[in-house]
Design a protein around this ligand. Structure first.
Ligand SMILES: [Zn+2]
Length: 75
């Protein structure tokens, strides 16, 4: 995992929320085109979000995404 991967993973939640800066969105999108592992992580995160939105619209426990992230990327 190189520095750009770390940056992508750090910004991933913002990226998926569409809240990162335009330039960063662009950088991440380009990186995802080149980097299979990061691309897979993004796809997985998207699926998790869809699943959460579909299954517990009103009851997603606070901090769930943080726990999912901590499981995926233990620091
Ligand atoms: Zn990467």
């Amino acid at each position: 995992m190189d520095d750009s991967c770390r940056q992508v993973l750090r910004e991933l939640q913002m990226f998926l929320d569409g809240e990162s800066a335009d330039e960063l969105q662009h950088i991440i999108s380009r990186h995802l085109g080149d980097c299979g592992p990061c691309h897979d992580q993004v796809e997985f995160q998207r699926e998790v979000r869809v699943l959460i939105a579909a299954k517990c619209t009103d009851c997603a426990p606070p901090g769930l995404m943080e726990r999912v992230c901590a499981t995926l990327w233990p620091s």
